[in-house]
Design a protein around this ligand. Structure first.
Ligand SMILES: CC(C)(COP(=O)(O)OP(=O)(O)OC[C@H]1O[C@@H](n2cnc3c(N)ncnc32)[C@H](O)[C@@H]1O)[C@@H](O)C(=O)NCCC(=O)NCCS
Ligand SMILES: Nc1ncnc2c1ncn2[C@@H]1O[C@H](COP(=O)(O)OP(=O)(O)OP(=O)(O)O)[C@@H](O)[C@H]1O
Length: 197
């Protein structure tokens, strides 16, 4: 059976960048945000239920993220509505991946790992972290979100201090080299654990 490592952190703190480091080291990656992208594609599994609940969010049988972001900015309850539809579909996608187990170590990049209770599926959790100032700088530099949209998402997430307390491994993403070193150390520990199991 594969070892399941959850990878989490707050928005823009470096989950995807760190997941790529685990991938280069031979792990198989499942990414919750990418799963949501598949669900939102033309005729994807989330299109019909979202069309029923939020018809303005649909363009050409596809979930339109820009319209969704606008709806969420105007009304916070939209995100809650969206989560009720999307999270069970995401969980089903994750189960399919886990059942295929394409490597000895599976890494699950899940922004809302603790918020959705997904940690019970994991053998260990690693949490990425960086200062709040660097986080905001990095998110706004991407140019995909306004400061108000960033704050709305941030308010929905568990504080990073609590995510760290609940995680066995911590990865500081201040520089790429430092993060790379921490990823290697974590994999050494996990591989030791697998060989002693
Ligand atoms: C809010 C939406 C429209 C923003 O889309 P956009 O393309 O601008 O950003 P993207 O999807 O890449 O998300 C950016 C980051 O926002 C954070 N985030 C996304 N959804 C949520 C949420 N429901 N609660 C808290 N944070 C969230 C995550 O850290 C994520 O990595 C989109 O994320 C969405 O539809 N979210 C609802 C589905 C969901 O809960 N996804 C989270 C993974 S299960
Ligand atoms: N270890 C690091 N050193 C320097 N910069 C980093 C590091 N990790 C990530 N970054 C930078 O921070 C930004 C956000 O990183 P990334 O997209 O990996 O975060 P994320 O947590 O996956 O974001 P989101 O929550 O939006 O999905 C990117 O510009 C990335 O280049």
């Amino acid at each position: 059976m594969s070892f399941c490592l959850g990878l989490t952190g707050s928005i823009g703190m470096g989950k995807s960048t760190t997941a790529r480091m685990f991938k280069s080291a031979g792990c198989a990656i499942w990414d919750a945000d990418q799963a949501v992208h598949r669900l939102y594609e033309k005729y994807g599994a989330a299109v019909a239920p979202i069309a029923a609940a939020l018809p303005e969010a649909i363009t050409d049988n596809t979930v339109d993220r820009r319209k969704l972001r606008d709806l969420i900015t105007r009304d916070s309850t939209v995100l809650v509505q969206l989560e009720t539809i999307v999270h069970p579909l995401v969980q089903a996608d994750r189960k399919t991946f886990r059942d295929q187990a394409p490597a000895e170590v599976l890494v699950f990049d899940i922004p809302l790992l603790f918020e959705t209770g997904a940690e019970i599926e994991m053998d260990a959790v690693a949490c990425v972290h960086v200062s709040a100032e660097r986080q905001k700088e990095r998110v706004l530099a991407r140019g995909t979100m306004t400061e108000v949209q960033f704050q709305k998402i941030l308010e929905k997430q568990m504080p990073i201090s609590e995510k760290l307390t609940r995680s066995e491994f911590h990865i500081e993403t201040d520089t790429l080299d430092h993060a790379q070193k921490q990823v290697e150390d974590i994999l050494t520990q996990i591989r030791k654990r697998i060989s002693h199991a």
